[in-house]
Design a protein around this ligand. Structure first.
Ligand code: FMN
Length: 358
């Protein structure tokens, strides 16, 4: 039986355990220049010291207009890459692998961050916002409509992902995760609800998946052979007429053929739809995508030690991503190991914390 604390190898990368920190935007770049700050160093460093096997840094813009908010991180210039290099080095020092989620926010970009109430919705150009692009000029409810991306825009998006991946590699990042979930640009192209194009990037399954497959191919070409390429996918939109689980499985096969090594299986975010209330709502989606023949991580409402271990025991996923529980407890993996009775010496304590073991 696979333990949460067994390593997992993806290409040349061995990750010390199967507990991953999923990408979570911190919206803490107060200078709005996309450069990760001391906040990010402390935040990701704490989770690395807290025992996570893989730390996936938040949705990070491949271009200024690829960010969700003006306060998001970026990786479109060398200053940003230098800041990521420092964070990756700290994660490595604490024994964790370090990935960055590469993001183009598409029609859901230029947003106010959620904790700046009463400001909400789209940031106007006059307050540092930008014109957004999407597959079609269809707005996400309540925010500004995007411009339909031209073929030149699409070529630029592809080039920006490639340049970002090169910078991430040079910064010592172990893996990049393409953000194809939650209604951001790469997912917007997948969904017939947001993609009503009539050219080669729309229409059929083949048309709607073209951009993501091209980006995966482009990035794989410049991303070193010994480093894994990850994708985060919304496996369903929870609404009739939207992107489906069956399409996700087929897409996962195509991604695998293009050198994608693992998929983190999420859902929703492209349209307003009711999401199931049960704790395990997203786990069957991971199990379904796993049938495509590549490793997957499950995510969503995983908070308890036994719940997480049973996902592996039942063969539903190869790893778990623990998000909000890790915001309130950076040492979630260590606490979980203690609760599962894993011998203390086998748990990934930072050497400076050995005297404080559970
Ligand atoms: C504060 C916050 C920021 C998030 N930012 C991102 C993000 O940058 N990229 C992403 O793919 N998902 C993002 N998510 C979604 C999480 O990665 C995760 O999928 C979600 O919270 C469900 O997992 P959980 O129940 O373990 O928290 C975010 C979630 C939270 C709470």
């Amino acid at each position: 039986m696979t333990s949460l604390f067994d390593p997992i190898s993806l290409r040349g990368l061995t990750i010390r355990n199967r507990i991953f920190l999923p990408p979570m935007c911190m919206y803490r770049v107060e200078a709005k220049d996309g450069v990760p700050t001391d906040w990010h160093l402390a935040h990701y460093g704490s989770r690395a010291a807290g025992g996570f096997g893989l730390v996936v840094a938040e949705a990070t813009g491949v271009s200024p207009e690829g960010r969700i908010t003006p306060w998001c991180c970026g990786i479109w210039n060398d200053e940003q890459a230098g800041a990521w290099e420092r964070i990756a080095a700290l994660a490595h020092q604490e024994g964790a692998a370090f990935a960055i989620q590469l993001q183009h926010a598409g029609r859901k970009g230029s947003f106010y961050r959620d904790f700046d109430v009463p400001a909400s919705g789209s940031v106007p150009l006059s307050d540092g916002g930008w014109e957004t692009i999407g597959p079609s000029p269809i707005p996400f409810p309540g925010i500004a409509a995007p411009r339909a991306a031209s073929l030149d825009d699409i070529a630029k998006v592809r080039a920006d992902f490639v340049a970002a991946a090169k910078r991430a590699d040079a910064a010592g990042v172990d893996a990049v995760q393409l953000h194809a979930a939650h209604g951001y640009l790469l997912f917007e192209f997948l969904s017939p609800l947001s993609n009503q194009r009539t050219d080669q990037y729309g229409g059929s399954f083949e048309g709607r998946t073209r951009l993501l497959l091209e980006v995966a191919e482009d990035v794989r070409e410049v991303w070193p052979d010994n480093k894994p390429l990850l994708v985060r996918l919304s496996a369903t939109e929870w609404v009739d007429g939207g992107w489906t689980v069956e399409e996700s499985v087929e897409l996962a096969r195509l991604l695998k053929d293009r050198g994608v090594d693992m998929i983190d299986v999420s859902s929703g975010g492209n349209v307003l739809a009711p999401i199931p209330k049960d704790v395990d709502y997203q786990i069957p989606l991971a199990a379904a995508v796993r049938k495509a023949g590549l490793p997957v991580s499950a995510v969503g409402r995983i908070t308890e030690a036994r719940q997480a271990q049973s996902i592996l025991d039942e063969g539903l996923a190869d790893a778990v991503s623990v998000g909000r529980a890790a915001l309130r407890d950076p040492h979630w993996p260590l606490r979980t190991g203690a609760e599962l009775g894993v011998p203390r010496d086998n748990l990934p304590y930072s050497k400076s914390y050995l005297r404080g073991r559970f």
